[in-house]
Design a protein around this ligand. Structure first.
Ligand SMILES: [Zn+2]
Length: 242
């Protein structure tokens, strides 16, 4: 049953040859429930896994795109090499990422250069990205402006989806998990339950799955339970429909 005009966006983050097995595992989890998740592709995960270097991976992503999966650029390397943090950046990133806020410190020019390069790499392998999501959702507004100027339809942080084609900003909670240690794992399972209780009627809801979530069985169970619960209330929708 769908109540009114409520959106449910579902994505898999960190799509890279380095994590392909887990990405495919999450994909199967989604497909088992009839979901075609968006795929957030990282062109060169930690500087050691260029997407062009693995033909099997390229074919897999293209096939998923043909099935209807929306493709997003998700950083360039997904780490902070070459981008030193200031204390202000530290404060914004505190507790949120394990030094993977690649866009956290970047101003317009630096963000724009990385986005342009990344989009070109995805296009060169036959993928047409609809949008951009900064690693750990950490970026200054400059990054979102760079996305609009690069012609991308959408970008997002952890509270908002920016639809550049219509120049709108949609408030949108995101359910995400962390399996970094038992404490965070059970914390994120509780957080999922809490969002289910408190934010069930949010107009635009997002579920974000990460390969690292599979490190903890309780988190994997929570993801599956969340998919079942949210899909009982809404049908999956797509960014292209926003
Ligand atoms: Zn990521």
């Amino acid at each position: 049953m769908t109540i009114g005009n409520q959106q449910l966006l579902i994505t898999i983050h960190d799509v890279t040859p380095a994590l392909q097995e887990r990405v495919e595992h999450l994909w199967r989890l989604c497909r088992a429930r009839g979901v075609v998740p968006g795929l957030l592709v990282v062109p060169d995960w930690h500087g050691g896994s260029p997407i062009e270097g693995d033909a099997t991976f390229g074919t897999w992503v293209r096939e998923r795109a043909q099935e209807g999966a929306e493709i997003f650029l998700h950083g360039e390397r997904h780490d902070e090499i070459g981008s030193p943090r200031t204390w202000r950046d530290e404060r914004r990133a505190f507790g949120r990422t394990n030094k993977e806020g690649e866009f956290l410190t970047l101003d317009f020019d630096a963000a724009s250069a990385k986005i342009t390069r990344g989009v070109a790499r995805l296009r060169a392998m036959g993928l047409e990205p609809i949008g951009f999501v900064p690693p750990a959702w950490l970026a200054k507004m400059d990054t979102h402006v760079a996305c609009r100027k690069a012609g991308l339809a959408v970008s997002e942080d952890d509270g908002t989806v920016f639809v550049h084609t219509t120049k709108t900003a949609l408030a949108s909670p995101v359910v995400r998990w962390s399996a970094r240690g038992a404490f965070r794992s059970y914390g994120s399972v509780l957080q999922e339950r809490l969002r289910w209780k408190l934010q069930r009627s949010a107009p635009v809801m997002r579920l974000a799955l990460h390969p690292a979530d599979l490190d903890h069985p309780a988190v994997e169970r929570s993801i599956d339970r969340a998919l079942e619960a949210w899909l009982g209330l809404r049908v999956q929708t797509f960014y292209r429909a926003l």
